[in-house]
Design a binder for this molecule. Structure first.
Ligand code: HEM
Length: 489
């Protein structure tokens, strides 16, 4: 009995001491602390419970607030005015240290490479030159039309019934990686494809520095790295897209050894594959589950498709990629609405020096600033009462002014996603080809919207928890033998 009282008393004492510590170490001009019921523990507990929904669930109607986590302060920015202020201070509130740390944990490069990256990103200058210039170097290689993707394996399938997400995933991974890595694409080997998903499944633990919990991911990583080491050593990148050559050359110029170039490509793969695939799934899901929308999108894409004969006299149907973006308003509106409703990306910055944000809020050196996109995307004051529903028409006939910083599917400021044009083209092209050629009927007769509770906290577009079994049929007789292609204009 006495032992029980002692434990209780001890807990109470620790609780009181922690509360005192919290308040004594919080400056009056810092943003207000929230979620501090049990200091340091409460925010961690809810982050693990709520995962990607954490910030929306917490949704404080404060322009900015502080979360005190063990060892670090996190300032969460809600107001669009403050978001702009954060994005303007790209030296004091820097992205480079964050991405360097993530790259090191994910790829586990050599000590020499870590020194190069860390001395720049965390040093006196805090310039993060390697990391920032890398972004610039690859940006032009990802501009509209810079990567060609003629290769979509859609027609070659024999099955008549399958999981829609799995099917999209397999097809897109091959289309994307063939376009980017060229004929030597290591993803043509099933062990690399399987290894990639194994690596991805416990990636969060690697990002958190908990590698003991990510043994399978580490094994898969080493297999992938070895196949990419061979790819670069045999000059496979020279026949890849400009983005692959540029990434290689940029790293080589910065004295990054070949083995580490192969390791850093893991980050490239994650960026390339893991967001495009689920985003495409949600686009396809919303279109096929609404017959009127499917019809409208088909009519639009039909207007951007022309029929010619190839040199052997066979019919060739060509979809114009720029037409999809510029002359298919419903299709484009679906993509934007999916990005608004389904993405949960968070922009993260490190505070390099004490800084008074907008002359009002003290941000302390070494803290983290985060801007959760989902909070903006679900704000009824910005998007209207139906902000929680899928309604692509809000992008067809905008009834209200949307501040640019409130649409954050691709982040913003210095870290604005350089792959956004490539991703958009890829999603549009894949969906256009699919709706022109195939009908899908859900095996269960309806299109229930899958949940995303099991998605990893790092996923920008969460994957569905369960797949949707569908039956596939060609839309037209003779479609099986129809030839299809894409043109840029
Ligand atoms: C639907 C697809 C995609 C979505 C939703 C997406 C979203 C994002 C978001 C939210 C960020 C963080 C921005 C910030 O912190 O403010 C980001 C950054 C980034 N994305 Fe994407 N992305 C997509 C596709 C791609 C693709 C295809 C690539 C590359 C080929 C790519 C490469 C990157 C890179 C390298 C960064 C870091 C930027 C930097 O270094 O400053 N992304 N993306």
């Amino acid at each position: 009995m006495t032992a029980g009282w002692n434990v209780l008393g001890g807990c109470l004492l620790i609780f009181v001491l922690l509360r005192c510590f919290l308040h004594m170490t919080q400056d009056a001009t810092e943003p207000l602390i929230v979620a501090c019921g049990i200091p340091f523990f409460t925010p961690i507990y809810w982050m693990f419970r709520k995962k990607t929904n954490f910030y929306v669930w917490l949704r404080y109607h404060l322009p900015i607030y502080t979360l005190r986590l063990p060892g670090v302060r996190m300032y969460v920015v809600n107001s669009t005015t403050l978001i702009t202020a954060v994005q303007r201070q790209n030296k004091l509130l820097a992205f480079a240290p964050i991405k360097v740390k993530a790259a090191i944990r994910l790829a586990s490069p050599s000590k020499a490479t870590i020194n190069i990256l860390e001395s720049e990103a965390f040093g006196e200058i805090g310039s993060g030159e390697y990391a920032n210039m890398f972004h610039k170097a690859i940006q032009t290689q990802l501009s509209p039309g810079s990567v060609e993707f003629q290769d979509m394996a859609l027609a070659s399938r024999q099955e008549r019934m399958f999981g829609l997400y799995q099917w999209i995933r397999e097809d897109m991974v091959m289309s994307i990686t063939n376009a980017v890595y060229g004929p030597g694409n290591p993803f043509k080997y099933s062990y690399v494809r399987e290894g990639f998903w194994e690596f991805e499944s416990r990636m969060m633990y690697l990002l958190l520095g908990l590698s003991a919990l990510a043994k399978g991911s580490i094994r898969a990583r080493e297999t992938i790295v070895e196949s990419f080491r061979r790819y670069y050593a045999s000059n496979g990148h020279r026949s890849g897209a400009g983005i692959t050559r540029t990434r290689y050359e940029y790293n080589a110029k910065n004295q990054i050894p070949l083995e580490d170039i192969a390791r850093f490509e893991l980050g490239g793969m994650v960026a390339l594959i893991t967001n495009i695939v689920p985003t495409t799934f949600w686009v396809v899901y919303h279109i096929y589950s609404d017959p009127a929308l499917l019809e409208a999108c088909r009519n639009e894409v039909n207007g951007e498709t022309c029929e010619t004969n190839d040199p052997e006299g066979r019919k060739l149907r060509t979809i114009c990629l720029s037409g999809l973006e510029n002359s298919c308003p419903s299709l484009m509106a679906v993509v934007k609405e999916v990005l608004r409703l389904h993405t949960v990306g968070t922009s993260v910055r490190r505070v390099m020096e004490d800084h008074m944000l907008s002359g009002k809020y003290l941000l302390k050196k070494g803290s983290i600033v985060t801007i959760p996109g989902q909070v903006q995307h679900s704000d009824k004051a910005i998007w209207g009462q139906d902000a929680g529903q899928f309604n692509h028409e809000r992008f067809l006939t905008p009834a209200r002014h949307i501040p640019p910083s409130a649409f954050r599917a691709f982040g913003g400021g210095v870290s604005l996603c350089p792959g956004r044009h490539f991703a958009t083209s890829m999603i549009l092209a894949f969906t256009a080809m699919l709706i022109m050629r195939f009908d899908f009927v859900p095996v269960r007769g309806t299109w229930p919207r899958p949940t995303t509770e099991r998605a990893g906290a790092w996923e920008v577009t969460p994957q569905p928890d369960e797949d949707i079994e569908v039956q596939i049929g060609f839309r037209n007789i003779g479609e099986k033998h129809q030839r299809w292609a894409f043109s840029l204009f």
